[in-house]
Design a protein around this ligand. Structure first.
Ligand code: PBG
Length: 330
């Protein structure tokens, strides 16, 4: 029996009832803050394409980590800006690598904060690609060599776990990398280190501000030879399937808001914890529109994050982590 028997508004007029029937929760403990770390001391340089986000040195990283932990944010994921880049991504797996330093500093000073480490080579390669590059590959285009890149990714994951990463998160999109990393970790006695796989990672324009922030834009070509085509949905399921078989403990979809259908499909299909990465471009859009007075920043941030949770994400990697934690504790 429709109206007037049914009046959905009956449950909307009273804040106490709205709270009672709210289906989705959002709390600081659902959030992971991506942070950028470089060498030095006392560094806190604002990233121009991402106002409110900073390049940090190990000491200021610890300060930021403490503030995040105090705000109830679940953890961080670290990205490194090495002093030197080369053609073998040496900085990614160096004992004294910048992310390794950051992990050790956080483990020592803010042990309660979960430490994730992004596993990728692009920030450490002079050409900015996510693996070993052959300048003239298929069709005369630069090509990232899949199998040759796997040992470097495994080595990087082991190095990061040894330095204190609680979770390693491969974002390179090479085929077979989860298996290579799992084997590498197990052989190193790190069988308890979980892998959060960026399983469905799209070749997205929304990574633009990040590439400025991390200095990881490809010097030639683009990432469409390894990241997914935004037009594909079934392929995301196939990618997740492979990663689950190879030993992924958690899955991720990236970016988040333009891919909420994928978040939902992956959540329904796989019984694994799911993360979604609310990426740099999604951050920059809200910040820019709010600066112009076109959007209400607080409401837009919270609506975006609760929508990602509603779509099926268990946790969200977002540059708004600290800010949102502040709103949520009000
Ligand atoms: C590394 C990596 C990227 C991001 C996370 N890990 C960049 C890329 O693939 O080009 C993007 C994150 C963001 O935009 O916030 N491969």
């Amino acid at each position: 029996m429709p109206f007037p028997t049914h009046r959905p508004r009956r449950l909307r007029g009273d804040a106490r009832l709205r709270a009672l029937v709210r289906e989705t929760t959002l709390s600081p403990g659902d959030l992971i803050a991506p942070l950028f770390i470089r060498e030095g001391a006392g560094v806190r340089n604002e990233i121009s394409s991402m106002p409110g986000q900073y390049h940090l040195s190990p000491d200021t990283l610890v300060e930021e980590g403490k503030a995040l932990h105090d705000a109830g944010v679940a953890g961080v994921i670290l990205f490194g800006l090495p002093d030197k880049k080369d053609s073998k991504a040496g900085g990614a797996y160096a004992e004294a690598g910048i992310v390794q330093k950051g992990l050790r500093a956080l483990a020592k000073n803010v042990p309660g904060l979960l430490r994730m480490a992004d596993v990728c080579l692009c920030e450490y390669m002079d050409h900015g690609h996510c693996g070993i590059l052959q300048e003239k590959g298929r069709g005369g285009e630069p090509e990232v060599l899949n199998d040759a890149s796997l040992p470097l990714l495994a080595k990087t994951a082991v190095s990061l776990a040894r330095a204190g990463a609680d979770v390693v998160a491969p974002s390179d999109m090479m085929d077979g990398r989860v298996e290579a990393i799992r084997n590498g970790l197990d052989d190193a006695g790190l069988d308890q280190t979980p892998i959060l796989s960026y399983a469905a990672k799209y070749a997205s324009a929304f990574y633009g501000p990040f590439r400025d922030a991390a200095g990881s834009a490809p010097q030639m070509g683009d990432r469409r030879g390894y990241q997914m085509d935004p037009a594909n949905g079934d392929e995301a399921i196939a990618e997740c399937d492979l990663d689950v078989e190879e030993g992924a403990d958690m899955l991720m979809v990236k970016p988040a808001l333009p891919y909420l259908d994928i978040v939902r499909r992956v959540k329904d299909e796989f019984g694994l914890p799911l993360g979604a990465y609310h990426v740099s471009g999604e951050y920059a859009m809200i910040v820019a529109a709010a600066e112009r007075g076109w959007l209400d920043r607080e409401r837009t941030v919270l609506e975006s994050l609760v929508s990602i949770r509603r779509a099926g994400a268990d946790f969200i990697l977002t540059y708004f982590a600290r800010e949102a934690a502040g709103y949520l504790s009000k």
